[in-house]
Ligand binder design. Structure first.
Ligand SMILES: Nc1ncnc2c1ncn2[C@@H]1O[C@H](COP(=O)(O)OP(=O)(O)OP(=O)(O)O)[C@@H](O)[C@H]1O
Length: 274
């Protein structure tokens, strides 16, 4: 359970606006046999808001991300998503086809390892273009133009449009995966350690790029990271997990500058000492 002083009432209902939450997670629990993946997690995410989920290895971040992105059925609890028509839908009561459509259009998922989110044996342009085709675009010229535009936005030159991502560096692959996800202008993007596994200098550039895109497109994002610097740079709010539970939640600057839970204090101070 999260104690009252680690959860600020002012941040729990989200930003002070009349907007309704895009994502509402209530009492989400996932167990693997006797092991807890995540337990009793509740939060709301508002349009255009970036939420970081932080915690050490094994704290339940990936389990939570998979449950809220409809990749892993929770043991109990609910996840509601506000559709474009304003209706709130329980993602686990949708048909498989509805869920897939959502994942292709309104949602994006950026994997830590770009190989998991790209098709390695088709061209970079096709990787981006096929997401557009999946939402009904048919005009080859327009699709190619949009793909080239998006490659430019993620700093991949037009001369690489016909190259396969297996010929790209790790950083380029990750930027391509981001373009593939964002080309359909999703409203919500899930990111699992998006800068993990990259060199520090590449990470910094990618983070900058991501921050710009998220703000330009007004994206709502749930980003899982064990890196507090990533949380600081990208997120408005954060939740800290330990042993599958949320032990602290609040505005990112508040949590990092004035952590209240002893575990968060330890996490923050251990990073600062590095
Ligand atoms: N498929 C699985 N079968 C059994 N237990 C699992 C499975 N996946 C995760 N767990 C357990 O659930 C708990 C949370 O794991 P999870 O992968 O969600 O944590 P994490 O914070 O994402 O860790 P990491 O940062 O290392 O990826 C851990 O105790 C883990 O051993």
């Amino acid at each position: 359970m999260v104690s009252a002083d680690t959860l600020e009432p002012s941040v729990q209902p989200g930003p002070p606006s009349a907007e309704k939450p895009l994502l509402s997670v209530e009492g989400l629990t996932r167990v693997y046999g006797k092991r807890i993946g995540c337990a009793d997690v509740s939060f709301e995410l508002f349009p255009g808001e970036v939420l970081a989920v932080v915690g050490e290895s094994g704290s339940g971040k990936t389990t939570l991300l998979n449950c809220i992105s409809s990749r892993l059925a929770p043991t109990c609890g609910t996840v509601h998503y506000r559709m474009r028509d304003g209706a709130s839908a329980d993602i686990y009561k949708m048909s498989e086809a509805e869920r897939r459509y959502l994942m292709r259009t309104d949602w994006g998922f950026v994997h830590q390892n770009p190989i998991d989110g790209l098709r390695m044996t088709v061209s970079a342009g096709a990787n981006v273009g096929e997401r557009l085709m999946a939402v009904g675009n048919r005009h080859y010229g327009n699709i190619r133009r949009a793909a080239i535009d998006w490659l430019a936005r993620v700093e991949i030159g037009e001369d690489r449009v016909d190259d396969q991502p297996r010929t790209f560096s790790g950083g380029m692959r990750q930027r391509l995966q981001i373009a593939r996800n964002l080309v359909t202008e999703p409203r919500l993007v899930f990111m699992d350690e998006p800068t993990g596994g990259l060199d520090v200098s590449v990470q910094a550039r990618l983070l900058d790029l991501l921050r710009g895109l998220v703000s330009d497109l007004g994206l709502a994002v749930v980003v899982v990271t064990h890196d507090l610097a990533v949380a600081r740079l990208l997120s408005d709010r954060m939740i800290v997990m330990k042993d599958g539970r949320v032990i602290e939640a609040g505005l990112t600057d508040r949590v990092l500058d004035d952590p209240r839970a002893p575990y968060t204090q330890l996490l923050v101070s251990s990073i600062l000492q590095v």
